[in-house]
Each structure stands twice: as C-alpha cells, then as structure tokens.
Design a protein around this ligand. Structure first.
Ligand SMILES: Nc1ncnc2c1ncn2[C@@H]1O[C@H](COP(=O)(O)OP(=O)(O)OP(=O)(O)O)[C@@H](O)[C@H]1O
Length: 215
C-alpha cells in the first residue's frame, strides 16, 4: 500500500529523511512515535501523497474552518463524494438526510449538542473530535492521522481512537502517548533524527522499549 525505497523526504531546503526505506501493507494499523521534530508529520504527508484518493486525512488541529459550524466542518469530509452544486446546497441549506448523517456521527463523538456551534467556540478537545469526524465522514479506507486525540483525556482518547480505527482497514497514526500506541496499534514505528529507530509488532514491545526513543 505504501512503499519508500531509499527515499529523501522533507521540505524545501531541508531533508528530514535522507534515505528512508519502509513498506506498510494494506490491513496494517501502525503507530508512529518519536520526539518532537523526528519527522512524524513529514512522513504522514508523504504517505498521503502516495494514496491521496484512498486516504481519510486527519491533520493536526488548526486545519478546521473556525468560523464554520461543527456540521459544516464534518461535512467537508464528504466534499469529494458529491458535485459542486450538491455541496453548495448542503453547506447553505443542509437536507434533513445530511443533518441526520452528520448528526449521528457528531453523537458518536459526543458533539450532538454542538452541531451548529462554530468551531471557534469549542474547546481544544472538542475541536479535535470535529477533525476526527471530518476524517470519518470522508468514508475512505485508509486513515492517516496526526496526533488525533492529544487534547482528550486518557479514557476518551482511547475510546475515540478505537472507534475511529475500527472504521478503517489500514491506518497510520502519529501519537505521543506510548500506552495508547501499544493498546490500539499492531505495529510501532519509532522515528528519531529522521531515521527509523524501531519497527516492531506492538505485542513484542514494552513501555520501557519505547522510552529509549525519547532519550
Ligand atoms: N513546512 C516546513 N518547512 C521546513 N521545515 C519543516 C516544515 N515542517 C516541518 N519542518 C521541519 O521538519 C522536521 C520534522 O518536522 P515534523 O513536523 O515532521 O516532526 P514531528 O515529528 O511531526 O514533530 P511534532 O511531534 O512536534 O509534531 C523538523 O526539523 C521541522 O523543523
């Protein structure tokens, strides 16, 4: 599904990975771990470019449109599924069917009472749940998510990450919470200084093994 062979990845004027070799197969649920600046977001963006039309994309907070409502931001996940005319009509005057579909998703995310509240009036954790909702509403099989539950409490983060992963066949999720990575993902890829420092099944790893990534 995803494959890099001695690839150079990075940003204009800055290579983050100088020679990255990595394969991720369909059906894998993968956590990306590593200290800040290790290259998790850079790798997610490169993965996205390889399978753009298959990917449900959940970037870090800040990607929502703050002055629009929860309904509108979640609906944006569906823009590619519909004609421009249908999208314009739905954004201006949503049908009962779209309100119901987005409302059901909002309910699963604990946002049912905020459906027509603008995102700039939400807490950080509520906004993160909207971003997850938008990714879920794309209804695509491959989830790529960048710290999708970092502002949620431990219990809610675990519940929502499990709920979201269950709706995708393949996923790569950057996380900072190592326990969450071990609990929810089958494979852990640890990044450090633009290299893969660890790549192993999560059931072969302990929290202590993951600590080494951050030392
Ligand atoms: N738009 C950009 N232009 C130039 N360099 C960038 C850009 N975005 C990130 N970088 C650099 O690329 C490197 C990797 O950044 P990246 O965001 O991939 O790390 P990360 O592991 O996701 O970090 P964090 O956990 O803090 O989000 C860093 O040195 C960062 O400064």
């Amino acid at each position: 599904m995803f494959s890099f062979d001695k690839a150079s990845l990075g940003h204009p004027g800055q290579a983050v990975f100088e020679s990255l070799s990595l394969s991720i197969g369909a059906g894998e649920i993968v956590a990306l771990l590593g200290p800040s600046g290790a290259g998790k977001s850079t790798l997610l963006e490169a993965l996205r470019q390889q399978q753009e039309h298959q990917v449900a994309w959940c970037p870090q907070a800040g990607s929502l449109v703050p002055m629009l409502s929860v309904f509108h931001n979640i609906y944006m996940g569906a823009l590619a599924r519909h004609s421009t005319l249908y999208n314009l009509r739905t954004l201006l005057l949503p049908s009962a069917a779209e309100k119901h579909a987005v409302g059901e998703l909002a309910q699963a995310l604990g946002l049912e009472d905020k459906l027509f509240t603008s995102v700039d009036r939400l807490s950080g954790g509520q906004a993160q749940r909207v971003a997850l909702g938008r990714a879920l509403y794309t209804r695509r099989p491959v989830l790529l998510a960048d710290e999708p539950v970092s502002s949620l409490d431990e219990h809610q983060g675990l519940t929502l990450l499990r709920h979201t992963l269950a709706q995708h066949t393949t996923a790569v999720v950057a996380l900072h919470d190592r326990s969450l990575a071990l609990a929810c993902c089958q494979r852990i890829i640890g990044l450090r200084h633009g290299e893969i420092a660890l790549d192993a099944p999560s059931d072969s790893l302990s929290l202590g093994d993951l600590d080494a990534l951050y030392q």
